[in-house]
Ligand binder design. Structure first.
Ligand SMILES: Cc1cc2nc3c(=O)[nH]c(=O)nc-3n(C[C@H](O)[C@H](O)[C@H](O)COP(=O)(O)OP(=O)(O)OC[C@H]3O[C@@H](n4cnc5c(N)ncnc54)[C@H](O)[C@@H]3O)c2cc1C
Length: 379
């Protein structure tokens, strides 16, 4: 029983999660509908910027955009969805109170949950707190000679690229359990990234997993310690950076909608992006079971489909024949991975692998897509 239901807010659209999917969907719908956005943070942060902000804290100034500036027509509720309920979403507010939010349409876009605050603030942060985090992290990087990066996905590779470019004398090791870095893209693109990193002095260990370490994954600023690998190697470190990817942030479905979750905890959606079995609840982004790489690149298509379908439901009584279907980008190895601000590797559709540092610089490395998303949000 939800005690707060009398205080419920009724809006056209309530979006839970103001990341890549939620913030851009809110931007698209705000001119036509009353939109409420729920997010524990005070801001939208361009995710691609994070590896650079760790080594250049000033980079976060443009990459962190307060919701108030990005979405002036949208009501921002600072809190976290804790229970999705047939009556609406139960939200734990920043001040500790709970509120039930009701929308004619609800959108779940809560993204990935990381074990610590490296990639995303965990319990909700202000702009000032997030920027201070980068200043503090940068100090730790500067003070650390031996840096162990656990995980050779795009995040681990990009973080290594940033650190070695700015601190070439540091000893950096990437530890990857799989047979190669960048499992989500083509072998040729992955080989190019590994080659560039090795040429800059980074050690890349593959087929070798972390068995244990003196620091836990929850510690964003690890102390110095030692790690033991599956090949029996002992690696001393001053800083251990966990780049092990996230899990779908969907715990709020467990109580009433457990049957909509697949084994990995992702929300099963119909081709029109509604949660299976629901007429008015959509799910977008990393939390969905759509068979495609969990990337911002693919989310653009989801936003267009969802915006169209939400308009159809709110303005045309939702005749099902009018709803569009999203075509997942299954098996698409498209990826743009930076290797510092002046290099990178891309795998593009039709063209294949692009090894040109110039192209990588123009496409992503020099700006980390910050101007693109600032423009999309109108700032
Ligand atoms: C460092 C990094 C670099 C990346 N680089 C690229 C790249 O170059 N190209 C690319 O295509 N993709 C990239 N990605 C992946 C891309 O950023 C994600 O796929 C994308 O952000 C997912 O969008 P989303 O909206 O599903 O989730 P997110 O963008 O993760 O947003 C989720 C939002 O939900 C909020 N939230 C969480 N829990 C709750 C809750 N209970 N209630 C309310 N709000 C909640 C969070 O605060 C957050 O704002 C990168 C990711 C990272 C972390």
């Amino acid at each position: 029983m939800i005690a707060t239901s009398k205080a419920a807010i009724q809006d056209d659209v309530v979006i839970y999660g103001g990341g890549m999917a939620g913030a851009l969907l809110a931007k698209a719908l705000a001119p036509e509908f009353r939109v409420t956005l729920v997010d524990p943070n005070e801001y939208f942060e361009v995710p691609m910027s994070v590896p650079r902000s760790l080594v250049k804290p000033g980079f976060a100034d443009a990459a962190i955009i307060p919701f108030a500036a990005a979405l002036p027509g949208v009501a921002h509720v600072r809190g976290a969805l804790v229970e999705m309920h047939p009556e609406g979403g139960l939200v734990q507010l920043k001040n500790g109170k709970e509120e039930l939010l009701k929308g004619r349409v609800s959108v779940l876009a809560t993204g990935s949950k990381f074990s610590n605050a490296l990639m995303r603030a965990i319990d909700g942060a202000s702009v000032r707190e997030r920027k201070e985090f980068y200043v503090q992290y940068h100090r730790r990087i500067v003070a650390s000679q031996n840096i162990l990066i656990v995980g050779g996905g795009p995040i681990g590779v990009e973080v290594a690229g940033e650190i070695i470019e700015n601190h070439p004398a540091k000893k950096i090791i990437i530890l990857e359990a799989g047979p190669r870095v960048l499992a989500g893209t083509s072998e040729a693109a992955a080989a190019q990234a590994a080659k560039v990193l090795k040429a800059s002095g980074v050690t890349v260990l593959t087929d070798e997993r972390l068995e244990c370490a003196d620091s836990t994954v929850a510690e964003v600023l690890s102390g110095a310690g030692e790690a033991l690998t599956s090949r029996g190697q002992s690696i001393p470190y001053d800083l251990l950076i966990w780049c092990v990817g996230g899990k779908p942030n969907t715990a709020y479905m467990a109580q009433h909608y457990a049957s909509t979750l697949n084994q990995a905890g992702r929300i099963r959606v119909s081709p029109d992006l509604r949660v299976v079995g629901s007429d008015t609840v959509f799910a977008l982004g990393d939390i969905t079971d759509l068979d495609e790489n969990k990337m911002a690149w693919h989310i653009g298509g989801q936003i267009r489909t969802a915006a169209h379908n939400i308009r159809a439901i709110l303005t045309r009584a939702g005749r099902p024949s009018r709803l569009k279907a999203h075509k997942p980008q299954t098996g698409n190895p498209m990826m743009a991975v930076t290797l510092g601000s002046r290099n990178g590797v891309l795998h593009l559709p039709v063209i294949g692998v692009v090894r040109s540092p110039f192209v990588a610089r123009v496409a992503k490395s020099s700006h980390m897509l910050v101007p693109k998303f600032r423009k999309a949000l109108g700032v």
